[in-house]
Design a protein around this ligand. Structure first.
Ligand SMILES: Cc1cc2nc3c(=O)[nH]c(=O)nc-3n(C[C@H](O)[C@H](O)[C@H](O)COP(=O)(O)O)c2cc1C
Length: 218
């Protein structure tokens, strides 16, 4: 396949215009991934989700359907109010937690306002998101990254405490959404943070807090 056909195919697969795909490929980034509107008509109740919530460490390698990815990201930390506030609370509404989505074809960061995934690094970084075997083959690993540059005025102690708490709220949203929609998940603190930060090209003032694997049950 020649380069222009590859760009057209990638653009079609990821729902982006060929020119955008071409620019992204040239820059070594995966193109932005437009997500379908979240479908929020689940019949599950909060009580049923709380009863089903659990950690699981076996995942089907099957990719998540785009609609499932869209719904999950909205539940994780999407915008749920017109003033830009989110499904997860954050100290002082700093909204400092970025949700990275590491998929087979590349790493993306979730843009809640646009409800889209922005390309960060092309290629398969899943194995770098953790130290446990299942992370390399599971379809999705989320990585919760605090951007300290958004936490103006916080002491370093408060910054670390609030960032960790805020990431945990996002993680619990994911746990409950997975429980409500039949997905498996586990949050993970065992991450080689320096190696993953390097792979994702993070700045020194961005801190990896937790990762979370998601997929269909095996
Ligand atoms: C902060 C935090 C870090 C965790 N890190 C890991 C981890 O690195 N690997 C893992 O397999 N599970 C990890 N877990 C999941 C716990 O082992 C799990 O929640 C616990 O065993 C209770 O099981 P449950 O979630 O099914 O109730 C972590 C949980 C939390 C809250």
């Amino acid at each position: 396949m020649n380069v222009s056909n590859a760009r057209r195919l990638l653009g079609a697969l990821l729902f982006v215009p060929p020119l955008v795909a071409a620019v992204a490929i040239a820059a070594g980034l995966p193109p932005a991934l437009e997500l379908p509107k979240p479908k929020l008509d689940s019949a599950a109740t909060l009580v049923s989700a709380l009863k089903a919530r659990k950690s699981a460490r076996e995942f089907s390698p099957a990719p998540l359907p785009l609609q499932a990815l869209s719904d999950l990201l909205w539940a994780a930390d999407g915008m749920n109010r017109d003033d830009g506030r989110r499904t997860a609370p954050s100290a002082k509404n700093w909204q400092e937690i970025d949700v990275y989505a590491v998929l087979r074809d590349g790493a993306y960061v979730y843009d809640a306002k646009a409800h889209a995934l922005r390309g960060v690094v092309a290629g398969d970084l899943r194995a770098a998101t953790g130290v446990q075997d299942f992370v390399a083959a599971a379809p999705l690993n989320l990585v919760y990254v605090a951007d300290f540059s958004r936490m103006s005025g916080a002491s370093s102690g408060d910054r670390d405490l609030y960032a960790a708490a805020d990431a945990a709220f996002v993680s619990q949203n994911v746990y409950l959404w997975c429980a409500a929609s039949g997905l498996s998940t586990v949050v993970r603190g065992s991450v080689d943070r320096p190696a993953l930060a390097k792979a994702l090209g993070l700045r020194p003032d961005q801190r990896i807090l937790l990762a979370q694997t998601v997929g269909m049950p095996k």
